[in-house]
Design a protein around this ligand. Structure first.
Ligand code: GCU
Length: 610
């Protein structure tokens, strides 16, 4: 099988032709195109007597990059196979190597060039490349891609998610030309020592063992090293750059050169660490004023992609007063981290180990290792990325903890320079017991004892920062009502009024980021502030949860759920949800809700007092 572990880091700085635009497509609901019709051969009928049961020339087109769900109503909820075909002219160049680079294909992809398979990939949100040097020919070439957005119980994620599995070639497809031996990957960051930069470089090709030079011209710094027989070399540069930060997102031009290959990057230098319950950026404690975001565009329907979408989403976060964004629940487009580097926003990035995962399946663990490796491989030089998150709301079982602790070890091996986290449920049973006491006391007309919520989870010892998804003002009241004979509105009011007297403790002593919190509201729906789905109710939940979190001694950041309403097939309430999750601070068309102002005012107060 073709090597699928080959990386082309910083692909947009290489020599490439974008294959964006119209691709022909065929819908293959029963997935018979490959075995039965042999669609991958991209044949045309040469004579009237020839039977071919497919045809790209006669087919319609989808725009790439872009999900298929929002381009063809037959594909809106579709989960299955779609075949793509693009023709192009690219004669092979002597001494050069040619690759197809995919920013992402959700969820499984198989790639053929001129009828020959050149690669396949599993995972809907990380890049992969296929070498096509041997398949190129003078004149017309054709690339055929089979994309399947079905997810099984052993996949990462599984089918059961609270977001839409937008399918297709959802990010850039590039035709890349590189020298026979090229710089495949590299890392460059502040060294642990007092000052100085360090890193490594990996070459790929027949002359992988040879000289490499790394320079930062503005620092008048340059070093030359020899790679070993595998093409790998470490280096260090004595230099003391200005530090990157949200207030001063200072980027430096970095130039790497090896043989015929030259690549230039824009890199920021900063340190991120934990000391006790503090998160230190460049040695100073920082509070992460954040917001969560799915990868849905503010500018057009469907999956976001490209620099314009990235700047629109991060720009709205900045208007909120955020210095931090949680890119949930999967790796977003590479343009997000590059835009955050330029704009000065800190990022939490994650892979979709979400809810129920096949924790005992070795292949599933390998998928998770592959995805965290591809994410780290792509974004390791982005100063904005400070946290790798391993999972979201996973059950506290020995199998889950064994799986995640191995993944944590692997992630630290790949990148010892960043912090690890996970978004945890917390102790829901204990939480409900405390809230029940609050609700019953209220029903009897007395004040409940102040509550202490303890957040402990065995995974805490394997991560640096504890993430907690907190929904006291939303879900837990509904669960409580089923166990009490107290009207739901009374339970909600009791819980909301008690929240400022609830103290949250983190026994591990580690920093706490509230990785989700909030409530749903239909934009434009107004009413009493104890009526769910009104903007008033959502705003009240925001006010109360912020008062509660002020009592949490380890509280160092928050990324409320969520910036924008997003498509969620499991949200069925007609007239309110209509397959949208309504916890956004803005509607799907960008209309602000009252809670947007509540959070913005809070961040303004925090920023001016810090
Ligand atoms: C969960 C989950 C999110 C989901 C959210 C909600 O915590 O992490 O993916 O969308 O809650 O229920 O709205």
């Amino acid at each position: 099988m073709r090597r699928m572990d080959l990386r082309i880091a910083n692909v947009y700085a290489r020599s490439f032709e974008s294959l964006e635009g119209d691709w022909k497509y065929l819908i293959d609901p029963y997935d018979r195109g490959e075995a039965t019709s042999r669609v991958q051969e991209d044949r045309r009928r040469e004579s009237p007597g020839e039977l071919i049961e497919y045809g790209f020339d006669e087919a319609d087109s989808l725009s790439v990059p872009g999900d298929w769900n929002t381009q063809d109503e037959r594909l809106f909820f579709y989960e299955g196979v779609v075949w793509y075909r693009r023709e192009f002219e690219r004669a092979p160049v002597k001494g050069k190597r040619h690759f197809l680079y995919f920013g992402a294909a959700n969820y499984r992809a198989r790639v053929w060039v001129n009828g020959e398979q050149v690669g396949e990939h599993v995972g809907g949100y990380t890049p992969f490349c296929c070498e096509i040097t041997a398949q190129l020919r003078d004149g017309r070439s054709s690339v055929v891609v089979k994309v399947d957005n079905r997810h099984g119980d052993d996949d990462v994620p599984t089918r059961i998610t609270d977001w839409m599995h937008y399918g297709g070639l959802t990010r850039d497809v590039l035709l890349v030309e590189l020298p026979g031996t090229f710089i495949s990957e590299y890392a460059l960051h502040l060294s642990d020592a007092a000052a100085g930069l360090e890193g490594w470089v990996r070459l790929d090709g027949p002359d992988a063992s040879g000289p490499v030079s790394v320079g930062v011209p503005e620092l008048d710094a340059r070093v030359s090293v020899e790679t070993d027989a595998t093409g790998f070399a470490r280096f260090s540069i004595d230099s003391d750059p200005e530090r990157w930060s949200p207030e001063q997102p200072r980027l430096y031009g970095v130039e790497l050169q090896a043989g015929q290959d030259r690549v230039r990057d824009e890199v920021g230098f900063r340190s991120i660490e934990v000391r006790g319950s503090d998160i230190l950026l460049n040695g100073e404690p920082i509070f992460l004023r954040g917001i969560s975001a799915h990868e849905e565009s503010l500018l057009h329907p469907g999956r976001a992609f490209g620099p314009e979408d990235a700047e629109a989403t991060l720009g709205l976060a900045r208007e909120l007063g955020a210095n931090f964004v949680r890119l949930a629940h999967y790796p977003h487009d590479e343009h997000m981290a590059r835009a955050a580097d330029r704009m000065g926003l800190l990022l939490w990035e994650e892979i979709p180990l979400y809810w129920g995962i096949a924790w005992e399946n070795e292949d599933t663990l390998e998928l998770a290792r592959q995805q965290i490796g591809e994410l780290i491989g792509r974004d390791r030089n982005r100063a904005s990325v400070v946290l790798w998150s391993l999972s979201n709301e996973t059950p506290n079982t020995p199998e889950r903890t064994a799986f995640l602790s191995e993944l944590a070890r692997h992630a630290r091996e790949l990148d010892p320079t960043r912090l690890l986290t996970s978004a945890l449920f917390g102790n829901v049973g204990e939480l409900l017991r405390q809230l029940r006491a609050i609700a019953e006391a209220s029903a009897e007309g007395r004040d409940a004892e102040p509550s202490v919520l303890v957040l402990d989870d065995p995974i805490a010892e394997h991560i640096d920062v504890v993430g907690w998804n907190e929904y006291l003002g939303w879900y837990y009241s509904a669960i409580l009502v089923r166990r009490l004979d107290i009207p739901e509105g009374d339970v909600r009011n009791a819980v909301l009024e008690a929240m400022p007297r609830i103290r949250i403790e983190v026994p591990s002593g580690k920093p706490l980021i509230v990785s989700e919190c909030g409530a749903g509201a239909k934009q434009g729906l107004h009413g009493a502030d104890d009526e769910v789905w009104t903007e008033e109710y959502q705003a009240r939940v925001y006010r109360q949860q912020l008062l509660m979190l002020e009592n949490a001694p380890n509280w160092r950041g928050i990324s409320p759920w969520i910036l924008k309403d997003f498509r969620a097939p499991m949200r069925l309430l007609p007239g309110v949800q209509d397959h949208w999750n309504r916890k956004g601070l803005v509607s799907e068309t960008g209309e602000r809700k009252q809670a947007f102002g509540v959070l913005r005012d809070y961040y303004e107060k925090r920023r001016s007092s810090s």
